[in-house]
Ligand binder design. Structure first.
Ligand SMILES: Cc1ncc(COP(=O)(O)O)c(C=O)c1O
Length: 372
C-alpha cells in the first residue's frame, strides 16, 4: 500500500516518479524565460497529460495550454482549464462536433488550420451553430509534417479565413520538431532561427495586406529559447521542458540533474555479462528519439550506474549490458531516466511525486491513453 512519507526505494516497481523540486524548477525556467523575453507561454501538455501540472504551469504564468488531441482538450477543460490550442488540423465531422461541444461550454478553443479544404469543413459544420471558432494557421518551418509553407501560402489561407463568417484568424504558429534530428547545438540554433522567421515573416506579410495577426507562436524544447527571441514572435510552446529526458540530454539541451521524471525499477537478475531490470518496452518504450535523433545509445539512463547500457528491451524486461564490473545485485532498486518522457508517461496511470526520495503526493495522469 502506497503511503505519503514513504521512501521511494520502498515502493513497488516499475513506478513512475516525479522529482517535485526539479519539476518546479523546470516550470519556473520556462516562465522566467517568457517573462524576461516578453513572450507569452503556452506549454504543450502532451508531455505530462496531467491537470495538476497544467495548473502549476498556469499559476506560474502560462496564458493557456497547447494540446495535440481533442481528447486532451476535453480532459483539460473538465479540469477547469479554459484557454486551449489544439495544435492539430481537425477536419473530420466527429472531431468538429467535439470542438463545438467545447465551445458550447465556454472554452476558448483555438484549432490549427492548414488548408482551404479544412476551412470549408469547419465553416460548414459551424454554420449550424451560433459559435465562431478561432483558428491559427500552422506553418511548416522544416519538419515537413503538417502546415502550409511560410510566406505567400500563409497569406492565401489568411485571406480565405477573413471571408468565412464562422472562423476568426487568431494566430500563426509552427513547431520545429526536426530540431530533434540535429547533431550539434549550432544546427539547433539554425533551425530555431528559421522557425522564428517562418512565423514572423509570414505574419508581417499578412499585416502588410491588412490582416492583423495577434499571436505569432513557436516552440519545441530544443529551439524555444532561440526562436522566442526572433523579432515579431510573441509566444512560445515548450512541452518536454517540464520534465526533460534522455533525448534532451543527448542533444545538449538539458543536464541529467534537470530530468524530473524517472522510472523506478528493480533488478530481477544478474548474469555474467548483463543485468536484467523489470522495466521493458511496455514501461520505457522503444523510442530512441524523434525525427532522426541519433544522440542516444540505449533505452534509458540508469542513474548512478554509468557501467550499464540498457541495450535491449522485451515487453517486461530491460536488459542492461555491463561495460565494467557493477555493484548491482538482485532486488536492488534503481531510477532510470527515460529516453522520451512523453511516451513513457502514456504507459502509466499515476505519477508518484517525491522530494529528495520521500513520497509527497500522487497525481493521476488524466489524459493518458487517449488516441482520439
Ligand atoms: C505543435 C507543437 N507545439 C509544441 C510542441 C512541444 O515540443 P517539445 O515537446 O519539444 O517542447 C510540440 C511537440 O510535439 C508540438 O507538436
Amino acid at each position: 500500500m502506497l503511503e505519503l512519507g514513504q521512501l521511494i526505494y520502498e515502493l513497488d516497481s516499475p513506478s513512475l516518479l516525479i522529482d517535485e523540486l526539479k519539476l518546479n524548477k523546470n516550470i519556473e525556467e520556462m516562465s522566467s524565460y517568457a517573462m524576461e523575453n516578453k513572450v507569452n507561454l503556452r506549454p504543450h501538455i502532451k508531455t505530462h497529460k496531467s491537470i495538476d501540472i497544467a495548473k502549476k504551469q498556469l499559476q506560474s504564468g502560462a496564458v493557456g495550454i497547447t494540446v495535440a488531441k481533442i481528447s486532451e482538450a476535453e480532459v483539460m477543460a473538465s479540469g477547469g482549464i479554459t484557454d486551449i490550442l489544439v495544435a492539430y488540423p481537425i477536419s473530420a465531422n466527429q472531431k468538429i462536433g467535439r470542438v463545438i461541444r467545447l465551445l458550447s461550454k465556454g472554452i476558448h478553443l483555438k484549432v490549427a488550420v492548414d488548408s482551404i479544404e479544412q476551412l470549408k469543413c469547419l465553416q460548414k459544420q459551424l454554420e449550424h451553430t451560433s459559435y465562431t471558432l478561432e483558428v491559427w494557421i500552422k506553418v511548416n518551418s522544416g519538419l515537413n509534417r503538417c502546415g502550409v509553407e511560410p510566406g505567400q501560402d500563409v497569406l492565401q489561407l489568411a485571406q480565405a479565413i477573413v471571408f468565412l463568417s464562422k472562423l476568426k484568424l487568431g494566430g500563426i504558429f509552427t513547431h520545429a520538431g526536426h530540431s530533434y534530428g540535429a547533431a550539434t547545438l549550432g544546427e539547433i540554433e539554425k533551425i530555431a532561427i528559421q522557425e522564428g522567421k517562418a512565423v514572423a515573416e509570414s505574419a508581417q506579410l499578412c499585416e502588410m495586406s491588412g490582416i492583423p495577426i495577434q499571436v505569432r507562436s513557436v516552440g519545441s524544447t530544443p529551439t524555444y529559447k532561440i526562436a522566442g527571441t526572433i523579432e515579431g514572435i510573441n509566444e512560445i510552446r515548450p512541452g518536454n521542458a517540464a520534465f526533460f529526458d534522455g533525448i534532451q540530454v543527448g542533444l545538449g539541451i538539458a543536464s541529467v540533474e534537470a530530468c524530473a521524471l524517472t522510472v523506478l525499477s528493480t533488478v530481477v537478475g544478474v548474469y555474467e555479462d548483463r543485468v536484467v531490470f523489470d522495466a521493458g518496452s511496455k514501461t520505457l518504450c522503444l523510442d530512441k528519439g524523434a525525427h532522426g535523433n541519433e544522440s542516444i545509445k540505449g533505452y534509458g539512463t540508469v542513474l548512478n550506474h554509468p557501467e550499464i547500457v540498457l541495450q535491449r528491451l522485451s515487453e517486461e524486461h530491460g536488459i542492461g549490458v555491463t561495460t565494467n564490473t557493477t555493484s548491482l545485485t538482485r532486488n536492488d532498486i534503481v531510477q532510470i531516466i527515460p529516453n522520451h518522457a512523453c511516451t513513457v508517461v502514456n504507459q502509466f496511470n499515476q505519477f508518484i511525486v517525491h522530494r529528495e526520495g520521500i513520497v509527497t503526493d500522487i497525481w493521476d495522469i488524466h489524459a493518458r491513453g487517449m488516441n482520439q
